[in-house]
Design a protein around this ligand. Structure first.
Ligand SMILES: [Zn+2]
Length: 318
């Protein structure tokens, strides 16, 4: 049996064929061109699904179901994208559109939730029941898996863990309308913001030496980690604060949910133990009542494949 997973992004539609070992064995992509009518975007998606099946000479009877990960809020059981500002989709019945072209079960789900499910089914948290996957990227997203299933909340909007407030007074303003959200301190964007600030005051930092054209505006997250590896005190200082900020939110999640594992994903997961070791150290220090930390903290292993694998397997976990 095979599964089709779709990552419906604002720019690109990526489709993957997933085998019974939960590996992507074929993939294909096309432009979303989101300015078009929704029906046309979804028709293209259906055609990409057909193409990926044709690559292995598969027919509908070989495919368990199609799962689609989308930004925004979706109702997986109804197959509807309820709202997605990134795509300009509002209450769109994705299932009925796709089923005009392919006669398979179709499920839709928030893309961060799909990535979390992917890590649990086949990545860093394989075999774990209760897991929170935290995506540290441009923002901070996440997905909560409880008892092997995505926890969606009562109205399909749960898991917005980037908007836990960690600095109530005088915190950085956030796109969500609040101030001091975790995302403003634990995202790659936040790390870069702090690195740029220190490079302006201390231009002797290795962070600046490693940046493209030695320009403050070109500093990226990798420059900070690389400078720290060289022993640059400014990079070490910025990263130490960054790790503490991540640990603060992770400890909050552990206090609420006590999962078996927290997986740190997104672009930052490439740092592996350079990220998870210091975060684990600070979480241990902050544990409730000085309790022993039992929750494992690991880096994600599937990278960008997590979303497609998780989407593909949606139909097996509902
Ligand atoms: Zn926020």
């Amino acid at each position: 049996m095979y599964y089709i997973g779709v990552d419906l992004g604002g720019t690109t539609i990526k489709v993957g064929l997933v085998d019974e070992n939960y590996q992507i064995i074929e993939s294909i992509s096309g432009p979303t061109k989101r300015e078009r009518a929704q029906e046309e975007v979804l028709k293209d998606m259906a055609m990409l699904c057909k193409e990926v099946m044709a690559k292995r000479n598969l027919s509908e009877k070989d495919i368990h179901s199609i799962g689609i990960g989308s930004p925004g809020i979706a109702s997986p059981t109804e197959g509807i994208i309820l709202s997605s500002s990134n795509l300009n989709f509002n209450h769109v019945n994705v299932r009925s559109e796709i089923q005009k072209y392919i006669h398979l079960d179709v499920y839709v789900e928030n893309d961060a939730n799909c990535a979390a499910l992917g890590e649990v089914m086949s990545g860093a948290a394989k075999g774990q029941k209760n897991v929170v996957v935290v995506t540290l990227g441009t923002g901070v997203g996440g997905g909560i898996i409880l008892d092997g299933k995505i926890y969606r909340g009562s109205f399909c909007g749960a898991g917005e863990i980037g908007h836990l407030v960690i600095k109530f007074d005088g915190g950085q303003p956030c796109g969500c309308g609040r101030k001091g959200c975790w995302e403003q301190y634990a995202s790659a964007t936040a790390l870069i913001r702090e690195a740029k600030a220190i490079a302006k005051v201390h231009p002797e930092t290795q962070i600046l030496a490693l940046a493209k054209d030695k320009e403050v505006d070109h500093i990226n997250a990798k420059n900070v980690f690389d400078a720290a590896q060289r022993g640059d005190v400014f990079a070490l200082e910025v990263l130490d604060t960054y790790y503490r900020n991540i640990a603060c939110g992770v400890t909050n999640l552990i206090n609420i949910l006590e999962p078996n594992m927290i997986v740190l994903g997104g672009g930052m997961s490439a740092q592996k133990e350079y990220l998870t070791d210091p975060v684990t150290k600070y979480v241990k220090e902050e544990m409730y009542g000085g309790l022993q930390l039992k929750t494992q903290i690991k880096a994600a292993t599937l990278g960008n494949d997590a979303g497609i694998i998780g989407a593909a397997l949606l139909g097996t976990t509902l």
